[in-house]
Structure formats: C-alpha cells, structure tokens
Write a protein that binds this ligand. Structure first.
Ligand code: GLN
Length: 303
C-alpha cells in the first residue's frame, strides 16, 4: 500500500475544500489558533512513517488525552476502573451534566468530561507526582521526551472552566471524587493542555494498534486490554457523534477541541490529524473528512 501517495492525495483534496467550522471558543487561549492549519501523520506497524502539511507543528491535544489517561489508569487498576466509570456511549455532548444525577455519579464512559475527571481522580490517588508521572507515561508511549503541558492553555481553561468545576463538584457529592476538587481540576486542565505534533500523537497511539506495545517495544497494556479501549474509542470517542464517525470512518479514534484526532487500525497503523475548525459537536471537520478518505481510499477499516 502506497500510503504516502494516498496521504498526498487526501491533503490536496482537503485543501481545496471550502473552510467549514469554527475554532473552539470555550478556552480563550485556543481561540487564537490559525484555523487553516492542517496536518496528518501516519505510522504503520511495518515501519512506514510520514506526515503531510502542518504535521510537525504542536497543537493542544485536549480531549485526545482522555484516551491516554484511561490507558494509564487501566494499566494501574485493571478492570477495577469500571467500578467508577462506565463503558456505554452517552449520546450527549462532552461536557453534559444531565445523566450524572440519575446515574448516581457514575459517568457513562471515560471520554466525556465527567468520566475523564473520575479517571484523573484515580490517577491522583495512585501516583506520587501525578502531573510529572503522567508526562513520563506519555513520553514513554510516544518515544518523545519533548512532550509537555502548555501552562497558558491550562491557566486559560482554569479561568473559564466553570462547567468542569460544576461537574467535578457534582461527582464529589456522589462520592465519586476522592481527592480535592481543585487538585483534580488542575490535573485535568493540564492533561488537556498537553501539546503534540501529529507525528507525536500518531506515535502515542501506536500501542493501541500494536496489541499494547509502543514503537520502542514497551508493553503498556495486554492485547485484550487494548481491544477493550479500542472498543470504547469506537463507541464513545466522538461523544454524540460517535455513530457518525464510525459510519463514515470505521476506525476507533479520539477527538479533541484543539482540532486533533488520534485513530488507528488494529495491527496495521495509527494516524493523527489536526485541523482546528470544529463542527457543532466539537469534532474536527477536516480531520473527520481526511480519515474518511483514508479508509475509503485504502479500504482499510475495521468494518
Ligand atoms: N479541555 C476541554 C474541556 O474540558 C476538552 C474538551 C474536548 O476536547 N472535547 O472542555
């Protein structure tokens, strides 16, 4: 498969499309990003590795980080993680509060904000230096020591994160946050502020495609555990647009309001896209288009 030619074709086609969607406005620092950036990087199990466009430029991975934090929590706690967060699609926006009340503070899945806050709480309980150890984990996953938080983005979200504060307090009222609310929010805002290039993100997602093993050969999760997280990304990775992403793209993946998407084809490749213009569900318009083209042109999807 000549992936390079296919990526170049997708890039040319994508660049010719009319610009649709708007840059995230809920976090002031993110609203400053050039909306017309577009990059894509693909890395295969058999060693092909290349990107196009702005694939080497850092962006805020935001909720894509939720796939990595749940992997970390799963590696520490195993199946016990699911005692505090579910594995069902929510059918609601990422920052919704409504289901929490009648589900007694157990978020539907780890990819909506409520679920990610519980995962953050679990990590804080189990780690001595939570933020530093998260960075170390992500550097191990990706093989890049250069990955860091963006303190301005974290602060910008903290200053405006009233809904996340509401979610965290609500969860705490049900007893599903064990640590201090401010500490959990601080960790969560930092994980969302992680910056990566498409290349770094694709490499970070490699272990999801490679039966739990990173590009550098570190076994992070078992084959069965990775199957479970891929299933979760497939069913819940795009919130109330997970069905649409599955229908159009047919790969497990995770989006973020920074415009990034990480996706993978088990036993074949991991891929990352970045385009900051979002649709009304908070997912990258062009990123979804590019991935739809990738699976359509290659015929490589899990379906
Ligand atoms: N930091 C963002 C928030 O909590 C992440 C949301 C997202 O990327 N969908 O609102």
């Amino acid at each position: 498969m000549d992936f390079r030619a296919i990526l170049e074709e997708i890039y040319t086609e994508a660049k010719a499309l009319p610009a649709i969607g708007t840059v995230a406005s809920t976090i002031p620092e993110l609203a400053k990003i050039n909306p017309d950036k577009f990059g894509m990087h693909l890395t295969t199990i058999d060693g092909q590795d290349f990107g196009i466009g702005d694939s080497e430029e850092k962006f805020s991975i935001q909720s894509v980080s939720k796939a990595l934090t749940v992997a970390y929590a799963f590696s520490i706690l195993g199946e016990k993680v699911w005692e505090r967060v579910g594995v069902e699609p929510s059918g609601n926006p990422f920052n919704s509060l409504v289901q929490l009340e009648y589900e007694k503070g157990i978020p539907r899945n780890p990819f909506i904000n409520a679920g990610a806050l519980v995962i953050a709480d679990i990590l804080i309980t189990h780690l001595k230096n939570p933020k530093q150890e998260l960075l170390n984990f992500i550097r191990t996953l990706s093989g890049f020591e250069t990955i860091n938080f963006n303190e301005e983005v974290a602060k910008s979200e903290k200053d405006t994160g009233f809904r996340n504060a509401a979610l965290c307090n609500f969860l705490k009222s049900f007893g599903n946050i064990h640590n201090d609310v401010d500490e959990v929010l601080d960790f969560y805002f930092h994980q969302c502020s992680l910056e990566m290039t498409c290349k770094e993100l694709a490499h970070s997602f490699f272990f999801f495609a490679n039966e739990g093993k990173t590009r550098n050969g570190n076994q992070i999760l078992s084959q069965s555990q990775v199957k479970r997280l891929n299933a979760l990304m497939q069913t819940c990775g795009f919130y109330d647009e997970s069905g649409e992403f599955t229908y159009r793209v047919g790969l497990p993946g995770k989006s973020g309001i920074g415009g990034g998407i990480g996706a993978l084809f088990p036993k074949n490749f991991a891929v990352a896209t970045w385009s900051p213009r979002l649709n009304e569900k908070g997912n990258s318009e062009l990123g979804m288009y590019a991935l739809e083209q990738l699976t359509t042109k290659t015929g490589m999807s899990i379906f």
